[in-house]
Ligand binder design. Sequence first.
Ligand code: G
Ligand code: G
Ligand code: MN
Ligand code: NA
Length: 249
Amino acid sequence: RALQDELRFAIARDELLLHYQPQFKIAGEIVGFEALVRWQSPGRGLVSPAQFIPIAEECGLIMPLGDLVLRHACREAARWHMPLTVAVNISPAQFRNGDLPHQVHTVLMETGLSPARLELEITESVLIDDFSRAISILSRLKALGVRITLDDFGTGYSSLSYLHSFSFDKIKIDRAFIGDLATNRHSKAIVRAVIDLGHSLNVPILAEGVETSEQLALLEQSGCDEVQGYLTGRPEPIAEYGDLTGRIH
Ligand code: G
Ligand code: G
Ligand code: MN
Ligand code: NA
């Protein structure tokens, strides 16, 4: 309750900010950034989204919060010197309520960001909720020219039928399988199978949560397309990546 009220004020007082984590081709070329929201609270310090996103989802604040994140990310990316992609996480609640394609269209118009530079990261749970509605929303988003990424793949209710029903532009293997990639032969087998599956479907695979050069080498051997993780770059204010984006603060 208290946190909920604080969060409501935080949105109004502009205490939310975005950190950006770089995503790379396995050979090293930068592809883009994932926007990750943070709450700079006067009382609590820097609060993780793992703490406040679930609360925002429960009380409906995810709608204004999600709009703010999308708007900020697109506005910021439109100013980058290089035409890199920006990936924005979309909560299942944003999918269920409101009109996401209309909202995305409006934000693209207002910010002038090229649709091809925006990637929306969704999880399988949106497809479970209301499958046919979700497919219709995804198709409308695709028609705008934005890219759709399947996030956290391999956790939750991974169903191969989802990959059959919709052409995702990218699949992110959940970091749960990357963490013990070097030590757990099951994780290694799963990661290889997902990469092979992606290639058969013509969908690039990004491994998230890459923390060691050993993991990176194994991913490269397995033919993984892209990587993201603490090894190659932490989530930081975009100013920290000024040399990559051409922005100098
Ligand atoms: O950045 P961090 O690892 O602390 O994020 C924790 C969780 O919060 C992750 O599951 C991430 O996807 C989610 N998250 C981060 N930023 C956003 C956002 O802007 N919107 C939504 N819906 N989730 C986010
Ligand atoms: O669910 P999603 O994939 O959006 O989650 C992104 C989250 O993963 C962010 O909170 C980010 O801080 C976190 N993250 C990014 N890279 C790493 C990493 O190398 N290791 C771990 N443990 N977490 C990471
Ligand atoms: Mn994500
Ligand atoms: Na993820």
